[in-house]
Ligand binder design. Structure first.
Ligand SMILES: Nc1ncnc2c1ncn2[C@@H]1O[C@H](COP(=O)(O)OP(=O)(O)OP(=O)(O)O)[C@@H](O)[C@H]1O
Length: 307
């Protein structure tokens, strides 16, 4: 486990009544990354986020923010978190700036200079002196983010931030979240049930299904070996039929275009290769056809549950 993680979930479990809603969820969010928490409706994203931001207790496992456990050291952990979980409460009859001033008064470490900085970070400088009741949904959200990051949290958590935004609003959200991650080194955790948005916004995503993490991967492609995602693997061998017989019982193997083709994860590829070589088959090449994130998401969660 990386020492530099901003947030680290370790076997986080939530049981409500007799139901295990969240089942041993583990992942970490690193400084300066936008991390997506992706799953179909009802998979448990909101429940997990409520535990991260201290709105709900854990049944088992732990969450660390920096080195502080949310269970054992709650005040020190939570001070490093900024969040918008439910709709941000703003005074609509005040201007954006007056709202920020109001929240800043509760924390003496927030200077006027810092307020100006966050206004620019979320790109509200042109409209900050307008009344909030005149703001669009996207602008209200920017103001919410500005408020959530004024105290320089190490982790910013946003639950379904793209809900209700139009494509332009989503693009703007992406741009200023990336700016925040890059300029301030803030780790950003965003949840969504829409893969397409996560792909545009995030560096890495964890895929949640029925309360369990089924995959964690970088958006740029490489699987991180924490999940059960399988790639299609093509073995170039001297005797494909014999090889298929040797690997019988190792999954759905077939011969296609002269290649022995199977589904396997990284460790599985090494195991299959060893079995073939030990049985006297010559392996000339191994080609891995990594599935797109979308293929995997559809396969894992079922297409009817997306969107
Ligand atoms: N307080 C509760 N009591 C009983 N069941 C609950 C409670 N809160 C959540 N659940 C159940 O836990 C599961 C996960 O819910 P959760 O809201 O975390 O999912 P989600 O991924 O955020 O979905 P959505 O995107 O629809 O909000 C659901 O089946 C939900 O019915």
């Amino acid at each position: 486990m990386s020492q530099t993680a901003v947030a680290r979930l370790q076997n986080v479990t939530k049981v409500i009544g007799k139901r295990t809603i969240i089942d041993r969820v583990s992942f970490e969010v690193r400084p300066g990354e936008v991390f997506g928490f992706l799953g179909p409706n009802g998979s448990g994203k909101t429940t997990t986020i409520r535990m991260i931001v201290g709105l709900m207790g854990l049944t088992d496992g732990d969450i660390y923010i920096g080195e502080h456990s949310i269970r054992k050291d709650f005040p020190k952990a939570i001070v490093q978190v900024g969040a918008i979980v439910e709709n941000p409460e703003m005074y609509k009859f005040l201007t954006g700036y007056q709202n920020l001033l109001h929240y800043a008064r509760m924390n003496p470490s927030i200077t006027k200079g810092r307020i100006q900085e966050v206004i620019e970070l979320v790109g509200l400088q042109g409209r900050i002196h307008d009344k909030v009741k005149k703001y669009s949904l996207g602008m209200r959200q920017r103001l919410g983010v500005a408020q959530a990051i004024m105290h320089r949290p190490k982790l910013l958590v946003l639950d379904e931030p793209t809900n209700g935004l139009d494509p332009a609003g989503i693009r703007e959200l992406r741009d200023y979240l990336r700016r925040l991650a890059q300029d301030e080194g803030t780790a950003v955790l965003v949840s969504s049930h829409l893969l397409s948005e996560m792909e545009l916004m995030c560096d890495r995503v964890a895929i949640l299904q029925k309360g369990q993490i089924i995959d964690i991967r970088s958006i740029r492609g490489e699987a991180e070996n924490q999940g059960t995602a399988l790639d299609e693997v093509l073995f170039e061998v001297d005797h494909p039929d014999a090889a298929l017989g040797i690997l019988a019982g190792q999954g759905e193997g077939r011969i296609a275009d002269g290649f022995l083709t199977l589904s396997a994860d990284r460790k599985g590829i090494a195991d299959l290769n060893r079995k073939l070589v030990e049985a006297g088959i010559n392996v000339y090449g191994i080609r891995v056809k990594t599935k797109s994130l979308e293929d995997q998401f559809l396969e894992m969660t079922g297409s009817e549950t997306i969107g």
